[in-house]
Design a protein around this ligand. Sequence first.
Ligand code: PLP
Length: 397
Amino acid sequence: MESSNQYLMQTYVRSPVSFECGRGSWLWDTAGNRYLDALGGIAVAILGHAHPQVAAAIADQARTLLHTSNLYDIPLQRRLGERLCRLSGMDRAFFCNSGAEANEAAIKIARRFGHQKGIDKPAILVADGAFHGRTLATLSATGNRKVQAGFEPLVAGFKRVPFNDLDSVRQLGHRAQDVVGIFVEPIQGEGGVNIPDTGYLSGLRELCDANDWLLMVDEIQTGMCRTGKWFAYQHEGIGPDVATVAKALGNGIPIGACLARGRAAEVLVPGSHGSTFGGNPFACRVGLTVLDVLEQDRLAERAAALGARILDALQQRLAGFNSVRAIRGRGLMIGVEFDRPCTELVSIALNERILVNVTAGTVLRLLPPLIFTDEEAEMLVNGVVAVIEQFEKDRVP
Ligand SMILES: *Cc1c(COP(=O)(O)O)cnc(C)c1O
């Protein structure tokens, strides 16, 4: 019998569809219809659905050992920490279970770093349009009033600056004594796939060095090869002091990590932070397997090449559409911005059996799995063009 959702808190507006199974870039609903998944559970299913290597690792680890707690040595956690540090250029990892938790760890590191320098009320610079999560500290860091409204008082200690604006950060450097770091997404995801100018991150790196601030980068959506490099900051050849990852790291198994380098990696000590589930053998085994597949199938290169082709095709095919304001992307993180709210694109696409998302009200966002084939990419471009055609036709003149 169908059950209703009356026993669920009404926190989500859901599309009227439920999926029963998935394989690769495809999902099947309960009526047997097949959908092309160009969203991957919001940048999570980076290897698609039911990936055989991931499924095998999950089954094997479930039969072996799930959880022991951080009261004991966890070899799989040590191995995943080492792999992530080598890929990111960082020194140490702290494991948790979600993006917001990874960012909480980053915020705690920055505050404690400040206190160690004798700053009583440390402040972290955060950007307009940022999204860092839904816990109290991370929603306070988020630059979107809708996420914060009704949850005041907000956590103190954040100072807001415009995104992609080095001058405003530079000015604060001269004035503010209590700043201890800056926390930004290398490309804003929820904010609308906003790509800063080349030189923004390296400029922030210089300002952080000049002011003895920590550069903290939220790679929860952009990390794990999504943009064509393991981490988006690597496009600028810089190293942050702190980087957070989650979403794609477990391909659907909840896991997050806060990575840190140099002094930032030494701030948290026994008793200062922790997690019951964080870094358990199960999640770490899955994370290691995801890294194996990303590496063995060279999916960073694949994301860069395929993403460039999709972007190019969209730019050509959407050139004549007057509701399209901009088309932008890096790797397989792509946004099409419209001149008006476009949330109905989600249901039009659903009718066409394509899963996409609209963020920031006016931006169609594509976050397909990195295992997308050439043929699937072509289907996606054709589908998106057809969906936008319909959207424009429906427009009341
Ligand atoms: C999704 C996301 C988060 C929050 O992750 P959760 O796992 O939902 O807590 C934080 N930062 C960015 C950039 C994200 O995209």
